[in-house]
Design a protein around this ligand. Sequence first.
Ligand code: NAD
Length: 367
Amino acid sequence: MNTQSMPASNSTPIGSAVIGFGGMGSWHVRKQCEMKEYFAFQGTYDIREERREAAEKAGYRAYPSLGALLSDPAIEFVVVATPNDTHLELVLAALAAGKHVMCEKPVAMNPEEYECMVECAERNHRVFTVHQNRRGDGDYLTMKKIFDENKLGPVFQIESRVQGSRGVPGDWRNQKVHGGGMVLDWGIHLLDQILMMTLPRKLTSVYAQLTNVTGTDCDDGFRTMLTFDDGLTAYVEVTTSNFITLPRWYMLGENGSAVIHGWDKKGEIVEVSDWENRDAVPVVAGVGLTKTMAPRTDDTIQHYPLPDVKGNWDLNYLGVYDCVRNGGKLVVSYDQERRLLALIQAIFTSGHTGEAVRFDDVWAASC
Ligand code: NAD
């Protein structure tokens, strides 16, 4: 299924539920209620009584226990939206109870946990997928279109950043034991986008630095340089102590550059219209003069607006519907997720050793 297509909804909606009624769980509850044509939301379960009460106060059914939710035959499909270290146990329990499952990112703390989940899904013949929702972000889809349509000529560098200034939130997200840290939080989204955008290239090497400016138990950010088999490089950065931010996206091709500054998708494309016209009037640069670094004048470049690509945050849900009712293909395939989790491992390895890691990309061809 591509980003714009909608599966036919000519059969009954899928009975659905959400485990975990926190920040993201309540988003999923609202999403399932909103997509009535596809999903019939039944209720939610949270381990904390106050969150079950909050769900009831908001007008939703709160199951008193995990067992009560999983044994309800009206529920065919469950979303797991709990802290990262609880995903394995909850995904296995839901699959074993015969439910189709979509788990929040990062689906697992490591590749071994993920293989356990996949094995369980296959054994129980259930649909199992991951909520990689930022594949539907408008800024990403805009950059992907520019890349796919070769608007800048051969692209040699992509930069993707998110930068905050408040450190890591002071809950489970800054505790290693719960799968905290920015690599697993924002990193997994940005890395998934880059891996999908650059297919069918193979990733060949990974160099990373983990940051810890705020002194938390786990990383509060990271920077990584990814190199692909045709020489393309991607720089991905998530940091949390930035009081001045750099652009969200920056892409360099042989004939042009593109930028998206922030979430409002403001930016532009600049293309060179006369590459041979390289002569320039020298400009003063510090204590010297430079022609090399003199900015281009408007007679040799053209400015273009960015293509207007809308975001699609229903993509993962529509994909689940298509799989369960129409036997469609997973939007987030097992090999795509295996490749992403292997990259996360490589980032931690490089971050801890200070050395680049060779990446044996056995998945690119099947992604
Ligand atoms: P949160 O702390 O706001 O909510 C987690 C909820 O899970 C809490 O209410 C907690 O009581 C409950 N919980 C904990 N253990 C449980 C268990 N065993 N059974 C039932 N409930 C349990 O966290 P959050 O921000 O909602 O994050 C939840 C998950 O969603 C994480 O995996 C996170 O990475 C992911 N997330 C994804 C996105 C996205 O854009 N895809 C955005 C935010 C969070």
